[in-house]
Design a protein around this ligand. Sequence first.
Ligand code: TYD
Ligand code: MG
Length: 469
Amino acid sequence: MAKRSSSYICQNCGAVYQRWQGKCDACGEWNTIAEETSAVAAVPASQRPRGRGRVFALESLTGTTDEAPRLVSGINELDRVTGGGFVKGSVLLLGGDPGIGKSTLLIQACAALARQKARVIYISGEEAAAQVRLRAERLGLAEAPVELASETSVEDILATLQHGVPPRLVIIDSIQTMWTDTVESAPGTVTQVRGSAQALIRHAKRSGSTVILVGHVTKDGQIAGPRVVEHMVDAVLSFEGDGGRDFRILRGVKNRFGATDEIGVFEMTGLGLQEVANPSALFLSERDLGSPGTAVFGGMEGTRPLLVEIQALVAPTSLGTPRRAVVGWDSSRLSMVLAVLEAHCGVRLGGHDVYLNVAGGLRIQEPAADLAVAAALISSLTGAPLPADAVYFGEVSLSGSVRPVAHMGARLKEAAKLGFKRAVCPVPGNESGSDSGMRINGVASLATLVADIAASGEGQKRKPAKVSQ
Ligand code: TYD
Ligand code: MG
């Protein structure tokens, strides 16, 4: 007989408690713990009948797959992030703020695949089928043979999916609106979300359909409720954007079938999401030429070079403890660059507030941005604008030396393509991308860079410390 047990589960992070409490110890949120009853785990393991399991066939690793293992949507920015298309039988979780464009992206992907004659099903738990159809019409996708439904019951959805040819792609928009009979909690609770996700994941593995679950995001950027779901799915993609601007970045957070450092860049237009094939041009489009405190960083996002502007403001502080504020970069890396500037280059910043911003709302994770950050900081401190035709990249070590970075050739080529003439970067080794046509100012240490910028600020002729090539 099923025994009803109830537990208290944090709706934010999924932590389980024996009794109610006001604050979740695991994630620190207040008032997120709710009682949930479940009829599962009714029979203790020791009392379950033994020897009743079904015998299943084992397969070898070298099996043949007759169908293409990946489903390529043809939307390059999306395919890049998934690692080259959707893998058969895989489950993806797409997270993002409300209104960022998750449903738009997915209906576009569905239409693209349906046009390639793949069977595609879009299940919306939030919008009526008519609303989804209206949007598709507005995007000019209405003629694509996507099969639509507005449903929230997981059992009904699974029964429908098992009917007819197995679909190649199933969209569940969103997982928070789904509910399953097998658990008793209300829709939207962690137990329901987990139960529904489990059932859908089981279906994906069994049928070979790719399932995409849409997940909402809480105010601090976590995928709400289904944090637990993140561990169950094959890939977690996050769709991000800057409220005021129209471009959106699709980022892989976890991917069992590809790299996680790839990004896809889109622009939200009146006609839906358009791919941005050349994001560097977009991120540099509103450049503030000739003002001190900005440096162009020659970065890499996955396998793709990406140029972005780094802005710094160094101003005398009016507080006892100077402020350090960073948007788009790691604040502990900023502290490190500041410490190296103080210790090895004689730059005193103890009495200055430091603000750092990566233009365009991009988030940079590479240590190669150290040199561009240092250049922007010194430029702001000295009031000397950096040359408009230079890009900066290089990792700074604690000893103040500038260390080589990967993919130098790709960075230089991208900069040359966008009209830059010189690169301030680590001293190149033998295999540098000298065929790019860029002039390379190799800097061996951060002190040389500081001396260079300070010298140009005094109106002297710019003298690169060490010019190779
Ligand atoms: P939507 O895909 O519904 O977001 P989500 O599913 O992530 O909640 O996107 C809705 C927003 O996108 C809405 O604010 C309007 C905007 N939008 C456009 O600017 N152009 C378009 O062609 C479409 C369809 C939406
Ligand atoms: Mg939506």
